[in-house]
Design a protein around this ligand. Structure first.
Ligand SMILES: [Zn+2]
Length: 66
């Protein structure tokens, strides 16, 4: 599973604020994501995070250059 910066992750479990959409703000061995609704940031190790993802929305799909 490829996780890129600014991707929207749809999580299996909703956050306490009611949103299931998280924005990727940092990638690497640890991935930092920010809740789209309440702005809360959390860090996950990539394998742990992948188990929690239901879907990924690729924001940069049409404008990828690298
Ligand atoms: Zn939230």
């Amino acid at each position: 599973m490829k996780i890129d910066l600014n991707d929207i992750l749809i999580m299996k479990k909703k956050h306490v604020c009611g949103s299931d959409r998280w924005i990727v703000t940092r990638t690497g061995a640890e991935v930092k994501i920010q809740c789209e609704k309440c702005g809360r940031e959390v860090m996950f190790f990539k394998p742990t995070l992948e188990k929690r993802i239901k879907a990924i929305e690729k924001i940069n799909k049409t404008e990828k250059k690298q």
